[in-house]
Write a protein that binds this ligand. Structure first.
Ligand code: NAP
Ligand code: MG
Length: 404
């Protein structure tokens, strides 16, 4: 069978530990036999990042800007233990943080559903996709402990030196605490555009919620910027695509999400997204079934799994012990990236291959062949636990049948 030809290269970002092991196996078994892969390879493994003073991460993000589509393996974010383990020159920053900052992107996370694994909320029959605003608010705050008898004020000095002040609180009868935080109109606007663009790409509704009734300036600004950008730039396109933008209060949104059947993009402020994405991941079953895509306001896409490098399994693997690590989210990162490349370059066979790769993966699990994490959750009667490599082999066999 002739392999599918590509036009523009895919930016390929390799990573660390167990996911690095899976990366190579996955390419060998599920991609290279079917696609004449054109990729620009960047090794974001921690050793290479250390050797290049992390320049490799910056280069990979710049290449993503240039070509428009990337697929990324999970990477180690160094901490004190990793400094010793890898003899690092510096505690390099999270590659995801660096890439997100360069692309000014928003992260969308979505679970992959399979028969036999019922979400904790069984009415959620379609995935809920969470978009988290990844700038500001409590994550870039300033906090102080305040002593009784103090008066706390907000003070802003404008560019001409004029001060405006507002009382936060007079701490007359008690010690207390204060917190200052901010956001930027530009960042909120980028977030809104990324959400609306991705909704058009996915043909899904967008829900957005804040506490604007209580926070009449701060949260209300989020609501206003979303509304203005939607009206001016997206309303007509949404009408044409048959999708909707829906705004409500955050507490109402939570109630509606619980009662819903899923299938929409839920845009969240930074803190809401932090909390709700963990809630959604847990409710749908397994972190190993969560996909993640970073979308820039200019329409650049970087696909990855939401989980980390699965360090515990890697140490077992190094000792020669058998592992049963789930590669589904990493497979869907590849299928997502290949599909997007196929759409942009008008290669229908590549789009079709991405669909078939996902189908082969889901069919394999629904036929009862799965890794240990899913084996614990699945209610299928004929389920069978396989190891890391056997799982990929089973998908390879299924895929070979489907593409034939
Ligand atoms: P993790 O890699 O997500 O794994 C945590 C646990 O979740 C695993 O020990 C395993 O549970 C389960 N798990 C996660 N993915 C799985 C999979 N594909 N198949 C089966 N089980 C899976 O998180 P971590 O161990 O806390 O972090 C390891 C490294 O990943 C850290 O250095 C961190 O910096 C990095 N990280 C990177 C990213 C990224 O690049 N996007 C994201 C998060 C973390 P059991 O052990 O119970 O089987
Ligand atoms: Mg969280």
């Amino acid at each position: 069978m002739a392999k599918i030809q590509m036009k523009t290269p895919l930016v390929e970002m390799d990573g660390d530990e167990m996911t690095r092991v899976i990366w190579q196996m996955l390419k060998d078994k599920l991609i290279l036999p079917f696609v004449d892969l054109k990729s620009e390879y960047y090794d974001l493994g921690l050793e290479k990042r250390n050797a290049t003073d992390d320049q490799i991460t910056v280069d990979s993000a710049e290449a993503t800007k240039k070509y428009g589509v990337a697929v990324k393996c999970a990477t180690i974010t160094p901490n004190a233990a990793r400094m010793d383990e890898y003899k690092l020159k510096e505690m390099w920053k999270s590659p995801n943080g660096t890439i997100r900052a360069i692309l000014d992107g928003t992260v969308f996370r979505q679970p992959i559903l399979v028969k036999g694994i019922t979400p904790y909320i069984p009415t959620w029959t379609k995935p809920i996709c969470i978009a988290r605003h990844a700038y500001g608010d409590v994550y870039k705050n300033t906090e102080m402990i305040v002593k009784e008898g103090s008066k706390a004020e907000l003070c802003v000095t404008d560019k001409d030196g004029n001060e405006s002040r507002q009382l936060i609180h007079s701490f007359d009868n008690s010690d207390g605490i204060i917190q200052g935080m901010h956001n930027l109109d530009n960042s909120i606007a980028s977030f809104a555009r990324a959400c609306f663009n991705y909704a058009l790409d996915q043909k899904k509704d967008v829900w957005f919620a804040t506490k604007d009734t209580i926070s009449k300036k701060y949260d209300h600004t989020f609501k206003d910027i979303f509304a203005e950008i939607f009206e001016n730039e997206y309303k007509a396109k949404f009408d044409e695509a048959g999708i909707e933008y829906f705004y409500t209060l955050i507490d109402d949104a939570v109630a509606r999400v619980v009662r819903s059947d899923g299938g929409y993009i839920w845009a969240c402020k930074n803190y809401d997204g932090d909390v709700m994405s963990d809630m959604i991941a847990t409710a749908f079953g397994s972190l190993a079934m969560m996909t993640s895509v970073l979308v820039s306001p200019t329409g650049v896409y970087e696909y990855e799994a939401a989980h980390g490098t699965v360090q515990r399994h890697y140490y077992k693997h190094l000792k020669g012990e058998e592992t049963s690590t789930n590669s589904v989210a990493t497979i869907f990162a590849w299928s997502g990236a290949l599909r997007k490349r196929g759409e942009l370059d008008e290669i229908p066979e590549l789009v079709d291959f991405a669909d078939k790769l996902e189908k082969a993966t889901i069919d394999t699990i629904e036929s009862g062949i799965m890794t240990g994490d899913l084996y614990l959750l699945s209610t299928l009667e004929n389920k069978k636990k396989v190891n890391t490599e056997e799982f990929l082999d089973a998908i390879h066999d299924k895929l070979t049948e489907i593409v034939a």
